[in-house]
Write a new protein. Structure first.
Length: 351
């Protein structure tokens, strides 16, 4: 581990120039005293590290010195695909590997390209989680990721709204969607644990979205599990073979389409105020954008009528109430009555 840290220290000085001991300690996640010991070790091995004293001082390499000891390990090379998402890389246990890989890559680049890479890193940042929503706690993510990579069978305890299940899974891939991690896996078997009965309302996200592993082949169900709902995971040692032809990106795209089709089965006719028009894409996402794209011209007061795909029952009522008095549901009649009943109940409660 110390050899990796010494190389990282050397590459930091090469890529960034003069750095103070506290700056190096923060980057390497060690103490300042350890930095001083590592700098001495580099000097003893023949690396020309110069110490500048004073308020503007720090450590730097002698002008003109440049190392080419930049070979990437297989884990570091793989971590480069997460270069735009340092938070998720850290969640997967690859944070240190990603940092080391980036330093090695920068050191191997010609000066002009290395400078351009640094400018891009300074100007663009990916923040995966959605606004006003904390990411799920995912204590088992690193072990699940290891099982995905090594094709190891997972013995899991998973929490569903109908109750918990014990299930053996063939983990095929991980997906980060809106700051939430999902595991795509094939279920071997399920043993229902004693638990609570179904709760009111529909909850589909993260619950067993079915798709075939390979188009046209009934090789068993591949499902989607929300990583934050795993209560326990274990890797007893068994391995599995990935389904031939399975592609994670293609599966995810298909399952996303199926999920939307399965949940938004009802169409509501809604009259929107100008303010609600601005809110619709925020609250309803792609469904709101599509509804506005096919809306007619506004009336004299700026209101427009749209056909909005919504979920059924109480879920649709809750979603539409978020628009408040800025929207009026014109149909279907049963949805309008359900909203009227909900509003009347709220009015009576707060009167």
């Amino acid at each position: 581990m110390r050899a990796d840290r010494l190389l990282s220290l050397l590459l930091l000085l090469q890529n960034r120039g003069r750095m103070t001991a506290p700056e190096l300690a923060a980057e390497l996640e060690v103490s300042v005293r350890t930095v001083y010991r590592d700098v001495e070790a580099l000097g003893a091995s023949g690396i020309p590290v110069h110490a500048d004293r004073g308020p503007a001082g720090g450590f730097r390499l002698v002008d003109g010195y440049r190392t080419r000891l930049t070979g990437l390990t297989d884990v570091q090379a793989g971590s480069l695909f997460l270069a735009g998402a340092p938070g998720p890389a850290r969640d997967l246990g690859l944070g240190a590997d990603l940092t080391a890989a980036q330093l090695k890559l920068q050191a191997a680049l010609p000066a002009e390209l290395a400078d351009r890479a640094r400018r891009i890193q300074q100007r663009f940042h990916l923040d995966a989680p959605a606004w006003f929503r904390d990411a799920d706690p995912v204590p088992h993510l690193a072990r699940i990721a290891e099982a995905v990579w090594e094709q190891r069978i997972l013995k899991t305890h998973y929490r569903r709204w109908r109750g918990a299940v014990h299930r053996d899974l063939w983990p095929l891939g991980l997906v980060l969607k809106g700051g939430i991690w999902y595991l795509v896996a094939r279920a071997a078997e399920a043993v229902e644990a004693a638990g609570a009965g179904p709760r009111p309302g529909a909850e589909v996200a993260g619950e067993a979205v079915r798709a075939r592993a390979t188009p046209g082949k009934a090789e068993g169900a591949v499902r989607t599990y929300r990583v934050g709902r795993f209560l326990a995971v274990d890797t007893p040692g068994g391995r599995f073979e990935r389904p031939e032809g399975f592609e994670l990106a293609a599966y995810w795209e298909e399952s996303a389409r199926r999920l939307e089709a399965a949940t938004r089965r009802q169409t509501a006719l809604v009259r929107l105020s100008p303010h609600a028009v601005r809110l619709l894409p925020m609250w309803f996402g792609a469904a709101g954008v599509r509804a506005l794209a096919t809306a007619g011209p506004p009336d004299a007061e700026g209101r427009v009528d749209v056909e909005l795909a919504v979920e059924s029952g109480s879920v649709a009522v809750g979603d539409l109430l978020r628009l408040g008095a800025e929207a009026e549901v014109l149909g279907p009649p049963e949805l309008r009555r359900a909203l009227a009943d909900a509003v009347a109940e709220l009015a009576g409660r707060y009167r």
